[in-house]
Design a protein around this ligand. Structure first.
Ligand code: SIN
Length: 331
């Protein structure tokens, strides 16, 4: 294909390990965020064979620093880019630690069927067998692939393509850190081939109820954790701090101890929506009679950090727990 016919892909750099360097090639775990997006791109000039690539340094931060304001600004920027006839797809380079949260947020608020691919690396750019360059060129290949359209936001790492709704970080250091225990990946990047084998069915992008164009701040949602001997004061602290929603990373299938039930009751008294997710790392939290008794909401198969993202958006529309439940069943 002549270069002038290649898709135009904009890469938004946000930081993370893909833009980091260590002092030794053997050091894969202790490093600093040093590179701008131009340096990240310079490692993979080969990507120009797949797309006409341009880049913007959107922010440059470790992903644990990404906050709601950054998410809102990123979504607005991507929506502006994708509304242009001069842009065919967007790739976001991002730290892997909170990548699944950003990707799921974008999956719910980007208003385009054009591909959006989020990519990162588990090893810094200076490491032996650094994974960033191959992950990035794979992300560009996916973004440029006609089959990537209308699949929602995608995460590409370690030759796998996953739907933002389902992909989650499951390992602290391994290059295959992103897996989808229950639902599987939706495609692979093998050499020059981009192959899809599944279509995400949960509503995304142009099919969602969420429009953040006029949203200045997202309602505050906090996550608290269930464990043996836990008290309810962490829930009370979140309520006192102004949370409008609480995601409880409960035990098992969203089970609530007596203390957790006191927390849920306290949330209800303060008009705070209380969502039961799970700390287990796989499976779904199913509806339970406790939801009718305490006005709680079952998180379905969203892990706590993704449930927080969805609840933040749903709270821009309603704080009625039964209506909130319908959004968790749908998205
Ligand atoms: C980060 O999330 O910013 C650091 C970790 C990583 O990118 O893998």
């Amino acid at each position: 294909m002549p270069a002038s016919a290649l898709p135009r892909v904009v890469i938004l750099g946000t930081g993370g390990t893909i833009a980091a360097a260590a002092t030794a090639t053997t050091n894969t775990t202790d490093y600093e965020l040093t590179h701008g997006i131009e340096a990240v791109l310079a490692a993979v000039p080969e990507m120009q064979a797949y797309a006409r690539v341009s880049a913007e340094q959107f922010v440059n931060m470790a992903s644990q620093e990404v906050d709601n304001a950054t998410l809102l600004r990123l979504a607005l920027r991507i929506n502006v880019l994708l509304a242009s006839d001069d842009v065919d797809a967007v790739v976001v380079t991002h730290g892997t630690d909170t990548m699944e949260e950003t990707a799921y947020f974008l999956n719910l608020v980007v208003k385009s069927i054009k591909p959006v691919v989020v990519v990162g690396a588990m090893r810094p750019s200076t490491a032996l067998s650094a994974d960033g360059p191959l992950n990035l060129i794979n992300a560009v290949k996916v973004a440029a692939a006609p089959d990537a359209a209308a699949k929602g936001v995608l995460i590409v790492l370690n030759d796998r393509i996953g739907a933002a709704r389902h992909m989650a970080k499951t390992h602290t250091t391994a290059t295959d850190a992103f897996l989808v225990s229950e639902f599987g990946t939706i495609g692979t990047v093998l050499g020059t081939e981009v192959n899809f084998h599944a279509q995400p069915l949960r509503a995304h992008t142009i099919h969602t109820d969420f429009d953040v164009t006029q949203v200045a701040t997202l309602p505050k949602v906090d996550i608290t954790y269930g464990y043996q001997n836990a008290d309810s004061y962490m829930v009370d602290a979140a309520i006192t701090a102004g949370a409008k929603g609480i995601v409880y990373a409960a035990t098992g299938n969203g089970t609530l101890s007596e203390a957790a039930k006191r927390g849920a009751a306290s949330a209800r008294e303060h008009g705070v929506v209380f969502v039961r997710s799970t700390r287990v790392g796989g499976g779904s939290v199913t509806h339970h009679r406790v939801d009718a008794e305490l006005d709680t909401v079952a998180a379905n198969s969203l892990n706590p950090q993704k449930a927080r993202i969805l609840l933040s958006l749903v709270l821009t529309l309603t704080s009625d727990p039964r209506r909130v439940q319908t959004y968790f069943d749908h998205y």
